[in-house]
Design a protein around this ligand. Structure first.
Ligand SMILES: Cc1ncc(COP(=O)(O)O)c(C=O)c1O
Length: 373
């Protein structure tokens, strides 16, 4: 996929999984032993290993990140009449996972500098119905968690993290996932570590972990498996997914080093290009660059969408930033969030996967520089 296919026609994908650790060995073990569903040692080892990595006590693995959000919301008993404040500039799953419970996602604007939820806008959005603040670490950059924690404490709200895109990112030295009351991650194939499809809830609250485990197992108690006192779900991760995940987790530091090295290379090459705003980086933040992204300002001279077309013609795949959720039909109440809208219009994710080579980054940067008017 990411290789140069022929001398004339390169193709560089936005992301590509790197599966050259023990993935095959562990998956083969599942197949040979017959433990291919959600029972089996890898699920537990992966849950515990990932929770330990985050510095959190409990992990409950799920079949994907979207259901991890729903499961978390259900575990916290969110429902109709409850409001959850979150950034509009995020992947739609952040809002959908909350909406599945009947609770209302309250969408607020982002900061121009960090691309993440603006704490000042959070305060303005609080009502008597607000139950939680759901921060998102967009494209691998941590949100301003101290400010959000202060607000959550002052108004007696839960603080949650959607860390789907930010495995290993740090805020003031502490890993995301450990910065709130509970967090979710995704392990989709393009994520920093993957299980193919997959997700997890991490938390220090034992009773929440037990409740999430109960709800994702069709609402059953281990000692009486066919007595179901509530309508619940099958949101379990399989042993095969977890086997891939465990092998990936063993290599997570390598994956992060590669991404940060690639980002430093991009930064060096693009820093002086007028009209491009590079990814946020403050002293207190360790950005893991899930997607190395730039904002295409007017000064660049070529608009974001035209730049994407031209890059595609040069064999370089890119992605536009997410449409802010508040402009999607099912969440559109006519509200205006100017920064999220502007970033959504101008942002572009460049190839960012762990298989990217320095030569490819140079080629991408040369192409971008040549496309400036
Ligand atoms: C911010 C965010 N939240 C949630 C999800 C949902 O994860 P999944 O695709 O595993 O369902 C994603 C996935 O890309 C995401 O980027």
């Amino acid at each position: 996929m990411g290789r140069i296919l022929s001398r004339q026609k390169p193709f560089i994908p936005v992301a590509e999984p790197l599966l050259d650790g023990k993935e095959l060995e562990y998956v083969t073990d599942c197949l040979k032993s017959g433990w291919i569903s959600s029972l089996g040692k890898y699920v537990h080892d992966f849950e515990q290993g990932f929770a330990d990595y985050c510095g959190v006590r409990y992990g409950v693995a799920t079949s994907n990140g979207t259901v991890a959000i729903h499961l978390l919301a259900a575990t916290l008993n969110l429902g109709p009449g409850d409001e959850v404040i979150m950034p509009s500039l995020t992947y739609v799953a952040t809002a959908n996972g909350i909406k599945y419970t009947g609770a209302t996602p309250v969408l607020v604007d982002s900061e121009r500098q960090t691309w993440n939820i603006d704490p000042e806008r959070v305060v303005e959005a609080i009502t008597p119905k607000t139950k939680a603040i759901f921060a998102v670490h967009l494209y691998g950059y941590p949100a301003d968690m101290d400010s959000l924690r202060a607000i959550a404490d002052e108004y007696n709200l839960l603080l949650l993290e959607d860390a789907a895109e930010a495995h290993g990112a740090c805020y003031k030295g502490q890993r995301v996932g450990a910065l709130s009351d509970a967090a979710i991650f995704s392990f989709y194939g393009n994520k920093i570590i993957t299980t193919g499809e997959g997700g997890i809830i991490v938390t220090n609250h034992k009773e929440w972990a037990e409740r999430a485990f109960f709800l994702e197992n069709q609402g059953r108690y281990p000692d009486n498996p066919y007595w179901h006192p509530e309508i619940a779900y099958n949101y379990r991760m399989t042993n095969i997914q977890a086997a891939i995940g465990l092998a990936q987790l063993e290599r997570i530091e390598d994956m992060l080093d590669i991404r940060r090295r690639n980002a430093a290379h991009y930064n060096r090459r693009l820093a002086d290009v007028p009209g491009l705003t590079l990814p946020p980086q403050a002293d207190w933040a360790k950005n893991v660059y899930w997607m190395y992204s730039v904002i295409v300002e007017d000064e660049f001279g070529t608009e974001r969408d035209e730049l994407r077309v031209k890059l595609r013609e040069a064999g370089i795949e890119t992605r536009p930033f997410f449409y802010p959720v508040h402009i999607l039909p099912m969440y559109n109440t006519g509200q205006s969030l100017p920064i999220a809208e502007d970033l959504g219009r101008r942002g572009i994710n460049l190839p960012s996967g762990a298989t990217l080579t320095p030569e490819q980054i140079d080629y991408i940067c040369d192409t971008i520089i040549n496309l400036r008017h």
